[in-house]
Design a binder for this molecule. Structure first.
Ligand SMILES: Nc1ncnc2c1ncn2[C@@H]1O[C@H](COP(=O)(O)OP(=O)(O)OP(=O)(O)O)[C@@H](O)[C@H]1O
Length: 249
């Protein structure tokens, strides 16, 4: 069974259609990169999955998206959906709390109270993102003091702390230096062993380095999705070939 499935999905801002009849599946234990020119609808597609797109004025949609087999439109309590589907944004966001409380924000929200459980979650997640050794002696210091790359790894740890099944990332490395980008790419590759990861990226090299599959969107339409090597080296569509060879975008 696919982990995320779009079925005849259309999205609009007011009268303007921004996603047209999207039908696509994302499997478990894989990284899919979403690529396409600026404004083609990548972020809207990503934010439709956890229903944060509908927070935008004028947004509406028809068709459906299923997460773990269930329609997101039938989810009554959005926090249930947001627990299954974690999200990491372009700008590294540290909550105005300590490093420790950034990681524990979600678990506390979902009712974990036991101190040893909280400590175990914190250490596990900070180790998962290779941040534990860097911060273990200053867990109670403000997260604002971390570097951009560290904040982004902390944001991933915060997302992982509620054990999501899907991790959405919207250009997570666009403000990071190559070393921090490399750390995050390694981390995503490891996390894909247990998660469905969907990453929007403008960096075609990054898509090629880390994703198992790549989806190309143009003007709100899914042109094709294929194993990454195939999409870059022998795409079905001339539009995809044009984009990946840098002719436009
Ligand atoms: N809140 C909004 N209200 C109205 N139109 C919007 C809104 N957000 C996005 N759009 C429009 O919807 C279209 C798709 O935007 P989206 O951000 O999904 O594209 P994108 O491919 O992620 O772009 P980029 O690569 O530049 O981040 C664009 O034409 C954009 O201008």
């Amino acid at each position: 069974m696919s982990t995320v499935e779009f079925i005849d999905f259309h999205a609009f801002y007011g009268q303007k259609a921004v996603l047209h009849n999207i039908n696509v599946e994302f499997g478990p234990k894989s990284i899919t990169a979403i690529i396409g020119p600026s404004g083609c609808g990548k972020t809207t597609l990503l934010r439709s999955i956890n229903r944060t797109a509908e927070m935008e004025r004028g947004f509406n949609s028809h068709g459906d998206i299923r997460v773990l087999g269930g329609s997101i439109k039938e989810v009554r309590n959005l926090s249930v959906l947001r627990r299954q589907v974690g999200m990491v944004y372009q700008t590294p966001v540290a909550l105005p709390l300590s490093i420790m409380e950034n990681v524990l924000f979600g678990p506390r929200y979902y009712g974990v109270k036991n101190r040893s459980d909280l400590d175990a979650i914190m250490e596990k997640c900070l180790r998962q993102v290779a941040l534990w050794d860097e911060v273990k002696d200053r867990l109670k210091r403000p997260a604002a003091q971390l570097s951009g790359g560290q904040k982004q790894r902390l944001a991933i740890a915060r997302a992982l702390a509620v054990e999501p099944r899907v991790l959405l990332l919207d250009e997570p490395c666009s403000s990071l230096d190559p070393a921090s980008t490399g750390l995050i790419e390694d981390l995503l590759t490891q996390l894909a062993e247990g998660l469905c990861i969907i990453i929007v990226t403008h960096n075609l090299f990054q898509a090629r380095r880390i994703s198992h599959e790549t989806a190309f969107i143009l003007d709100g339409r899914l042109i094709e999705k294929a194993p990454t090597q195939k999409l870059f080296e022998s795409p079905d569509s001339p539009k995809t070939r044009g984009f990946v060879s840098g002719l436009f975008g």
